[in-house]
Design a protein around this ligand. Sequence first.
Ligand code: GDP
Ligand code: MG
Length: 168
Amino acid sequence: DLEIALKVVIVGNGAVGKSSMIQRYCRGTFTRDYKKTIGVDFLERIIECEGEEVRLMLWDTAGQEEFDAITKAYYRGAQACVITFSTIDRDSFEAAHSWKMKVENECGEIPTVLVQNKIDLLDQSVVAPEEADLLSRALGCRLMRTSVKEDINVNSIFRYLTTKCLSE
Ligand code: GDP
Ligand code: MG
């Protein structure tokens, strides 16, 4: 059997929890310390999906997202995408649409999930639930609400994307 490998890019403004998400999913750890980057291009995790072994490569940015300086190499060959914003960061929510456009420009239409992270901080939320729902409909992708900190819904993101990729 040939193993299937999928490159997944994780985009969104700085500090929304992208590196934490990748670490949580691939290493099972979470840290409160603000880390600009996990220090490598990507981490990987192998999962089984529909009887296939799938190698997921989750690509992190090294903080370039804050300067709008993500290189083409980052996007090259990406087969799936996670657009992330934070429950407590209005700017990150407003920026989701432009992240979608950037990915579409570089990669075309690929399976994409809109992720609202940090739902453990819902009491400090600056995004109404209906707004997030509307945005996901406008972008044409599913909305998932996660807490990387509490490990809520993180696995579902990547299971959903893998299933979508395999069915295409
Ligand atoms: P990135 O810049 O998008 O890669 O964001 P980081 O992964 O570096 O996370 C930024 C900060 O948010 C760190 O202090 C993380 O510990 C914190 N963080 C990430 N996910 C969550 C979450 O689900 N809930 C809470 N409360 N904090 C989180
Ligand atoms: Mg980061």
